[in-house]
Write a protein that binds this ligand. Structure first.
Ligand SMILES: O=C(O)[C@H](O)[C@@H](O)[C@H](O)[C@H](O)COP(=O)(O)O
Length: 256
């Protein structure tokens, strides 16, 4: 299924294993494209299930063929906990992905865990501004916000992405690049998160959803239903392409 107008592609694979295989190919192809075009590849990770779904990149052929030295890695959201805490998205990504591929340590931009939620959000925004100034991170000519090459996102059962939850005032933030939340309904409550203008200024977004937990949210987002209020995930509109990676279970209501 492809829709040229809003650059949305929905790819349904038979199994979660097949999703992992096609996601690895997608990421590797974009890595090659941006390494060639820009000399660097800026990739944004999420927490949750996403890290497990990129596991094939840590195996042959990708572990040897991807130009890891071009990668610059960021987080779309982070929990305000120490980096070695079990709830840390950095720790999740390090244990499952970053420790297995040779990305230079100086190109992995973890969120500062020594600061308050508000301080860490401001600090991360300052880091991003510097990277835009030095040309590592592109800038959208459309919005003026930073333009990441690829964001790898997951979605929660309530349709949230990053730490942007249904009905929350942060959905409307349109000035800040990075902000903080003190009352996240998904625990832990204190987090920092990219805002929608930054998410939607990215070039490519992969939305990865597998298994039974998000069947209803997938149907609300992609099925032929009219929602009175858009789910956060329905506000995601990157500049080049939004590609959903679903397994048959997650897509089961779509195919009824
Ligand atoms: O910090 C977090 O909780 C994650 O970054 C979060 O934003 C995640 O991407 C979604 O909640 C989906 O999570 P699952 O993949 O576990 O459903």
């Amino acid at each position: 299924m492809a829709d040229q107008n809003n650059k949305k592609v929905v790819k349904v694979s038979d199994t979660e294993q097949d999703v992992a295989v096609s996601l690895a190919k997608y990421v590797a192809d974009l890595s090659a494209k941006f390494a060639k075009e820009r000399g660097s590849f800026t990739v944004v990770l999420s927490g949750g299930y996403l890290i497990d779904s990129i596991r094939k990149l840590t195996e042959p052929p990708y572990v040897d063929s991807v130009e890891w030295s071009k990668w610059h890695v960021f987080w779309v959201d982070e929990r305000v906990v120490p980096r070695n805490h079990v709830d840390s998205n950095y720790k999740l990504a390090f244990d499952g992905f970053l420790s297995k591929v040779p990305i230079p340590a100086g190109q992995v931009y973890a969120i500062n865990d020594a600061l308050s939620a508000e301080g860490a959000a401001e600090d991360y925004q300052t880091v991003l501004k510097h990277l835009v100034d030095t040309g590592v991170l592109a800038k959208s000519s459309v919005t003026g916000f930073p333009k990441f090459d690829l964001m790898l996102l997951g979605m929660g059962p309530d349709g949230h992405v990053a730490s942007l939850f249904p009905g929350h005032q942060l959905l409307e933030e349109n000035v800040k690049w990075v902000t903080h939340i003190m009352d996240s309904p998904k625990l832990p409550p204190q987090r920092i998160t990219f805002t929608f203008p930054v998410i939607n200024s990215s070039a490519y977004i992969a939305m990865v959803v597998c298994g039974p937990g998000e069947v209803d949210a997938v149907y609300k987002a992609l099925g032929k239903t009219e929602n009175p209020e858009l789910l956060p995930v329905q506000r995601v509109t990157p500049e080049e392409e939004l590609r959903w990676f679903l397994d048959k279970v997650a897509a089961s209501k779509l195919q009824e």
